[in-house]
Design a protein around this ligand. Structure first.
Ligand code: HEC
Ligand SMILES: [Cu+2]
Length: 377
């Protein structure tokens, strides 16, 4: 394959879901109020570099030619070159000083703008955990995973924390980046100036699947944003039980995807393929040597197998499956009751939702599917 062809294939996944129009050679497209300021400082420093590079090379070449050692000149050489030139020395001291001072002032000004959050900023609570992003909208009671919907032309403040290790939010199109730290809050704000979809990356190496810790920022005009929030706030309530498995696959699986495959391959966690079969039959073995069967049945801890799945999602450290580590974060408080049901039903109906390669079936046939969660409802 040609070098160009190779580049084309390796760079194309980056463009996925990202509106890449409007970028320059150095910068990705810009879509926030702070972006032009950041780009200006970058360009300013870059041009200083270009100009001084050219200047230094030109003078170097000129001197090399002008003062080349000529045959016979060594004998007549007298060390009478100037040793001191006050105006020249003042110039080469003050000029860089002024330039560096200007760069500092521009940088400090931008930095202060980035740290001073406007009072009316729209709050979003961000939680990073290996290896996904959760976004909460306290004003609407909405929780999003892997996707963040924000209003256009309105300052948005992210209040961020981590459940495990250091992560970092980076939204290149907005020119903002901030660490996300366990045990404390950090914050970041931006105001999007163009509707569209933009990539959000984790930019702090946080373990094996760090590179999969991505999200999409969806910028919507105010009225569409209000509609979308209303819809998200109701989405799981309006869905009939029979559609819950497909809903979970389309809207919730992304929060499990970094660890649980849907094609049978084992990752940080066991694949969801075949999981229900194992659970139903109680054959899963735990690190404490017991088998799921030992805890099941009337009088047991899990009266019905569905309860084991529930428990695994809300209380993952309770039983650790053999050959795995207790790496799963709890989803307690992050999923509504009905969403936990939906995930249980998704796991139960995995074979109807995905094909043998693990691809999602577009309109799954769920006629006669088992949509009981086994619990009280
Ligand atoms: C950071 C990785 C990670 C994420 C994200 C994650 N899990 Fe897990 N999960 C694990 C690991 C590791 C295990 C096996 C150890 C254990 O039992 O806790 C596991 C076990 C499970 C089990 C029990 C599996 C079995 O074989 O008995 C279920 C059910 C489960 N996860 C559901 C989920 C669901 C649903 C989500 C998404 C909402 C999710 N997990 C997200 C890592 C993860
Ligand atoms: Cu991370």
């Amino acid at each position: 394959m040609s070098m160009l062809g190779l580049l084309a294939t390796t760079t194309s996944p980056m463009k996925l879901g990202e509106a890449t129009s409007g970028g320059t050679f150095w910068m990705p497209e810009s879509a926030s109020t702070i972006a032009p300021e950041v780009d200006f400082v970058f360009d300013f420093i870059n041009w200083i570099n270009y100009i001084f590079f050219a200047l230094v090379v030109l003078v170097l070449v000129w001197f090399a030619i002008r003062y080349k050692l000529k045959p016979g000149s060594r004998e007549s050489f007298t060390p009478d070159a100037p040793t001191h030139n006050t105006p020249l020395e003042l110039t080469w001291t003050t000029m860089p000083l002024l330039l560096v001072g200007l760069i500092f002032w521009l940088g400090m000004d931008g930095y202060l703008r980035l740290t001073e959050v406007p009072d009316d900023a729209y709050p979003v609570k961000v939680t990073g955990q290996k290896w996904s992003w959760i976004f909460e909208h306290p004003e609407f009671g909405v929780i999003e995973g892997g996707e963040l919907t924000v209003p256009l032309n309105r300052p948005v403040r992210m209040i961020m924390s981590s459940k495990d290790v250091l992560h970092s939010v980076f939204i290149p199109a907005f020119r903002v980046k901030q660490d996300v730290v366990p045990g404390r809050y950090t914050s970041l704000w931006f105001e999007a100036t163009r509707p569209g979809q933009y990539r959000l990356y984790c930019s702090e190496y946080c373990g094996m699947d760090h590179s999969k810790m991505l999200a999409v920022v969806n910028v919507l005009p105010e009225d569409e944003f209000q509609d979308a929030m209303g819809q998200l706030a109701r989405e799981y309530e309006d869905i009939p039980d029979s559609d819950l498995p497909a809903y979970a696959m389309n809207r919730l699986y992304s929060r499990c995807a970094s660890c649980h495959s849907r094609d049978g391959t084992s990752g940080t966690g066991p694949s969801f393929v075949g999981l229900w079969e194992r659970t139903k039959n109680g054959t899963t073995v735990f690190t404490d040597g017991t088998t799921l069967k030992d805890h099941m049945g009337p009088g047991g801890e899990f009266e019905v197998p569905e309860n084991y799945l529930r428990d695994s999602i809300l209380n993952p450290q309770h039983y650790i499956v053999q050959n795995y580590m207790g790496a799963m974060p709890t989803f307690k408080g992050q999923l509504k009751e009905r969403q936990v049901d939906a995930l249980v039903l998704m796991i139960k109906n995995m074979d109807r939702l995905v094909d043998d390669q693990g691809n999602v079936i577009e309109n799954p046939d769920l006629d006669g599917a088992d949509i009981s969660t086994g619990s009280a409802n």
